[in-house]
Design a protein around this ligand. Structure first.
Ligand code: DAH
Length: 348
C-alpha cells in the first residue's frame, strides 16, 4: 500500500512539474483529488485493512492528500502571479506619449451669422418666424405687388415645382404676407424671418442656386423711413462693429415705396477704400423700403391707418464679408479641409 502511495506521489510530482497553466492545475486536481481521482480511489482499500492498519493508512493518506493540495495551491499562486506580470508587461501605458487630437465640430459660420442677426433684432422686440421653403406663387409674388407677367418677376429666375402655382421660394419676402394675414390687419407686427431661398442661378463664386435671406417687417402707425434707418443702423452696428455706418441709396422693389438698398461703411478699411469694398468705402448688404400700400391692402391692413417698413439681408454676403470668405459655394461644401477654415477669425 505504501508503494502505491509512493507511486502516486511520484507521478503527481512529475505532473506538477509539467503543469504550465491554471487549467493544467485544475486537471491535476481532478486527476488526483477528484471523486474518481487516484487518491480517492485508495480509500476503497480501507475496507480490507485491520483497525490498526487502517489508522496508519488513514494518516498517511491524509498526509498525501494535504501534500498534493498544498502543492497545487502554491503552484496555482505562482502561475497566477506569472500571468499577472505578463499582462502588466504587455499592457504598459506610456503616460508621457503625446495625446491624439480629437476633431470636434463647430457650427456653420452661416448659421452663426443668422443667430447673431436674430439676437440683434430680438433685442429690439422682434419675433423670429420660420416659413416654408415650398411656397405658393400668391405669397412669393402676387401679394407682394408682383402680379403674373410683372416684368420684375424675371429678375428672380424661379424654380416652379407644380404648374405655375407652387414654387421654391425665391425670396423670404413672402413671409411678410403670411404674417400680416395671420394678424388679421389689426395688430402691429415686428418680425424677422431667416431662411433658405432658391433661384435658377448658375453657381459661381458669388451666386448659388440656394442662398439665405433674413427678412424683416415692422407694421405700426406713423412709421417713417428714418425709423427704418435707425433700426438697421443699430442692427448693423451690433453685427459689424459699433463704428459701422449705414447709408441708403434709392432702389426699386415692387413691394416697397420708396425702396432703398443699404450699404455699410467698410469695416475692413474703415471707409478709406480697400479690395473688400472695391475702393468705394461702402458695402451693399440689403434691400429695404416702406411697405407698399398695395401690399398692406392685399394683406388686410388699411394703408390709411397702418404703415411700416421691410428689409431683406443677404445672409451669405454678410457672412462672406464678416469672415473673409470669397466663394459663396464654401458654405455648402462638405470638404472638411475647406469648412475647417470657418474657425478663422472675423475680418478686423
Ligand atoms: N426680397 C428682395 C430680394 O430678394 C430683398 C428685399 C428688398 C426684401 C426690399 C425686402 C425689401 O423686404 O423691403 O432681392
Amino acid at each position: 500500500m505504501k508503494e502505491k502511495m509512493n507511486e502516486i506521489q511520484k507521478s503527481f510530482e512529475q505532473d506538477l512539474e509539467g503543469a504550465k497553466t491554471i487549467q493544467d492545475l485544475n486537471d491535476l486536481k481532478v486527476k488526483y483529488l477528484g471523486k474518481k481521482g487516484s487518491i480517492s480511489e485508495l480509500t476503497t482499500y480501507m475496507r480490507e485493512l485491520s483497525p490498526e492498519e487502517k489508522k496508519d493508512f488513514g494518516a498517511s493518506l491524509n498526509e498525501l492528500k494535504n501534500n498534493v493540495t498544498e502543492s497545487i495551491n502554491s503552484k496555482n499562486k505562482e502561475l497566477e502571479e506569472e500571468e499577472l506580470n505578463k499582462k502588466l508587461a504587455s499592457e504598459v501605458i506610456d503616460v508621457t506619449m503625446p495625446s491624439t487630437e480629437i476633431p470636434t465640430g463647430a457650427p456653420n459660420i452661416l448659421e452663426k451669422v443668422v443667430e447673431d442677426f436674430e439676437d440683434a433684432f430680438m433685442s429690439m422686440g422682434y419675433d423670429v418666424v420660420e416659413g416654408s421653403e415650398l411656397e405658393e406663387d400668391r405669397f412669393n409674388f402676387e401679394l407682394l405687388n408682383l402680379p403674373k407677367n410683372h416684368p420684375a418677376r424675371d429678375a428672380q429666375d424661379t424654380f416652379y415645382v407644380k404648374g405655375d402655382e407652387l414654387l421654391l421660394r425665391s425670396q423670404t419676402s413672402g413671409m411678410q404676407a403670411h404674417v400680416m394675414l395671420e394678424k388679421g390687419g389689426k395688430e402691429p407686427v415686428r418680425m424677422i424671418c431667416p431662411g433658405k431661398t432658391y433661384r435658377r442661378d448658375n453657381d459661381d463664386a458669388t451666386h448659388s442656386h440656394q442662398f439665405m435671406q433674413i427678412e424683416g417687417l415692422l407694421i405700426d402707425h406713423n412709421i417713417s423711413l428714418s425709423d427704418l434707418k435707425g433700426t438697421v443702423d443699430k442692427a448693423n452696428r451690433m453685427m459689424f462693429g459699433k463704428d459701422t455706418e449705414t447709408r441708403f441709396r434709392p432702389s426699386y422693389y415692387p413691394f416697397t415705396e420708396p425702396s432703398v438698398e443699404f450699404d455699410i461703411s467698410c469695416f475692413a478699411c474703415k471707409g478709406k477704400g480697400c479690395s473688400l469694398c472695391k475702393n468705394t468705402g461702402w458695402i451693399t448688404i440689403a434691400g429695404a423700403g416702406m411697405v407698399h400700400p398695395n401690399v398692406l391692402r392685399m394683406c388686410g391692413y388699411d394703408p390709411k391707418e397702418w404703415n411700416g417698413f421691410a428689409f431683406g439681408y443677404g445672409a451669405e454676403r454678410c457672412a462672406m464679408l464678416k469672415y473673409g470668405i470669397n466663394d459663396i459655394r464654401t458654405f455648402y461644401n462638405t470638404d472638411l479641409r475647406e469648412v475647417k477654415n470657418f474657425d478663422r477669425k472675423e475680418v478686423e
